[in-house]
Design a protein around this ligand. Structure first.
Ligand SMILES: [Zn+2]
Length: 258
């Protein structure tokens, strides 16, 4: 059955029906584009971060697949409009139908071009190593502004902190540098990346056997996640432990979500 299915009704009724049919058709396609857009927004960053492949091939494959799906939606709308709708439209109707189609086209196109906009294709391990190297350099050069003694840091500081000189008791401001200050932002993504295999193991058990049977593997994953978070950013062990408790609590209450 074709897109058009009119009998010999009066022209105005036909025109209205054509417009309504186009609207319904484009709305359906928009709905698919919106769903796709939401799905990417919800998952793409994690897919990029947890791709264990050095060249991020899994992530690029995912990206190419999404772009292809957007393209297919645009093609479908475009073909239908140009081959079935536009040729059947009356002269007085062309403008309004074109406007409907153009607005739709612009919207889906901007979804396609913008959907990966804020996704960072970052190399977390490399960023972390750079931040730590910068931190080490700053820590090495940290001396008392009053007496010049080398100041020791007892733990990792990722924010500006006053450190007292043990010799002259002067308070010195320790500035860990902009990269180290950003470490907190990728503690969780980097830890997830390192524990990706355990998450996959858990995911398989969970999907096959459900929440209760999946609990031990989830605990194993969450423990190693916390361990990695402690390694990446030491000094926040209590904070990370609280995070662990919340993960387990949420898992028991709601199950796993991906
Ligand atoms: Zn001093």
């Amino acid at each position: 059955m074709g897109f058009l299915n009119f009998s010999n009704k009066d022209k105005q009724v036909e025109n209205d029906a054509l417009q309504q049919k186009l609207e319904t058709f484009l709305n359906k396609l928009s709905q698919r584009a919106d769903d796709l857009f939401q799905e990417v927004k919800a998952n793409a960053q994690e897919i990029a971060d947890t791709d264990p492949d050095l060249y991020k091939r899994n992530y690029y494959q995912f990206k190419a697949g999404i772009i292809a799906q957007f393209n297919a939606i645009i093609q479908k709308g475009s073909n239908t409009f140009h081959t079935q709708v536009a040729p059947s439209a009356g002269w007085n109707q062309q403008m309004i139908l074109s406007e409907l189609y153009n607005n739709w086209h612009t919207k889906v196109l901007s979804q396609m071009t913008g959907v990966f906009e804020n996704i960072q294709e970052r190399d977390l391990e490399k960023q972390y190593a750079e931040a730590m190297a910068e931190y080490e350099q700053i820590r090495e050069k940290f001396h008392c502004k009053q007496c010049g003694a080398k100041l020791k840091l007892k733990k990792f500081y990722f924010i500006d902190t006053y450190i007292q000189c043990e010799f002259c008791l002067t308070q010195n401001n320790f500035d860990p540098g902009s990269k180290a200050k950003g470490i907190e932002m990728f503690v969780y993504p980097l830890a997830s990346l390192r524990c990706h295999h355990l998450k996959e193991v858990h995911k398989a058990i969970y999907q096959e056997k459900g929440i209760s049977a999946g609990l031990p593997s989830f605990e194993r994953y969450a423990k190693s996640l916390i361990q990695e978070m402690d390694n990446i950013l030491p000094g926040l062990e209590q904070h990370h432990q609280d995070f662990y408790n919340r993960l387990i609590h949420d898992y028991k209450s709601y199950g796993q979500s991906w």
